[in-house]
Ligand binder design. Sequence first.
Ligand code: GCB
Length: 582
Amino acid sequence: MMLYPQTNQLRNEISLDGFWKFAKDERNEGDSKGWQHSIPSDREIAVPASWNEQYQDLVHFFHTGWYEKEVIIPHIYKNHQIIVRVGAANYYSRVWFNGNLVGEHEGGHLPFSIDITEFIDWDGPNKIIISVDVRIKPDSLPAGEVENEHIIQKNGFKGQFPRNYYDFFPYGGISRPVSLVVLPKTHIEDVTVVTDIINNSTGQVDFNLTLNQPFTGLVSVMIEKEVEEFSLSNQTSVNGRLTIKDAKFWSMDHPHLYPLTIGLSEEGEKIDQYVLKVGIRTIAIDGDQLLLNGEPIFLRGVGLHEDFAVLGKGMHPAIIVKDMNLLNWLGGNSLRTSHYPYSDEFLNYADKNGILVIGETPFVGFVESHYNSTIEEKAHRVISEMILRDKNHPSIIAWSLANEGNTFVPQADGFYKSLYDHAKSLDQGRPITIVNCLDVEGDVALKHFDFVCINRYYGWYTQPGLLDEACEILNNQLDLCHELFGKPVMVTEFGADAVAGMHMDPPELFSEEYQAEMITRQYEIIRSKAYTIGAHIWVLSDFKTSQNAKRVILNRKGLFTRERQPKLAAHEIKKVWSREEK
Ligand code: GCB
């Protein structure tokens, strides 16, 4: 996984965002018709953004979309390595550069990068073509079934269109930025930092650097006045430690980021530089508590989605700012990237603004048929991609490896243990969880994880309209969780749909009053337990789902509408949260 691109004296990033030519390939005949050289297109589409809401005929287009753009690369980069980087494209992508198939990637929510240096035509425009296939299948992560009706009847959300196994719209296309990354021929390929707090005023940063090829020369690593230098002879990696006196630790109130500056020089000449923003903090589970920098914290916040009208799942900085601003306005301190890894830009913003994030894989709705070695291997690959991309974000304080899989069949035991072990082998510094639904009795997977997360809809899908009963069941379920596992418990989802503008007294389902009452009452119950470490409301804003008799176009469990305007519940929970410390 390459480092997040940056521009400095020795590196550059050329954005390819904007308008691309676009063609629909409904019968998957693009390859045989030579579209890898030139796509037949008379229209343009915006990148980054899902394709679905840009043209009416694309709303329910779930096949392959082809993108094309021409790019001229300045001669000054002739001595460099040039990489095409796609922030994310849903779901399976292939990339051609001047007619050559240069790479492919499966998975809709993580970046991929492809070296195209040897295919560049320095004298002419170069053609980059990307095909993105969004035919979701039972072995896609997350899974669906667009072609085989009976499978969805057995496993998925019954009777929903499109037929995915989860509750958000399977938007297609290039949803995050695309760029050409210009790197020195020898460059810093990866950096891993692990931070620690030695005492009240001393922080420690352990680092590991890897270079793209054997290097002979000087590597310097610096934070403020602390510098370490290494003289390398034909080597590709370096480990070291910096100790920072009078350190400012990263926290919710003071999310201090230190620039860790890494330089490579050869015979006195600087050949590469990368600056990684590092937050010095610790995160740990201790008994029934979650400790940030040694202090107990309670995760108060929301689940959400990358979702907005017209953009679909397209990354737009304004939506990131707005969503984080709303979380802050509510008095929340944390969120979960439900139900897939979010954009790099989102996490960079969280780092800078002291927001605590549970980073989630795209494994939502695993069913029994997923528990086999092929999916396990694929899931390991995705976990590796996610952790390698996100390992250095101080905002990420835990990993969630799955949401609401079927954890009640014997095969789930070994399957989830193997996911846990794999993630732990890549990151020993963060607690790891999965999210249970329905019940904890009979769950065979949760026991492998560091803390227990549950999604509960008492008072909505069960006990509808019966809030007293729902609250009692929630109360008992929480105690049961703790009794069964002896680990800290978090409620990662609870909530109710409310159609903005619907009012009922006394409160009834779908009214703003019912949602507000349910959320505030259930929050107080969760908060009252000594062993709970968090409560996340489902969900920050209304979002688009598949068509389903239970959904009024959108999932309406938002505290805010899809336009990000508050419902009654937002005002009520803000009052509750404002009484708590950050
Ligand atoms: C859940 C899922 C979430 C759904 C939510 C709902 O448990 O994790 O993806 O959107 O319930 O509203 O039903």
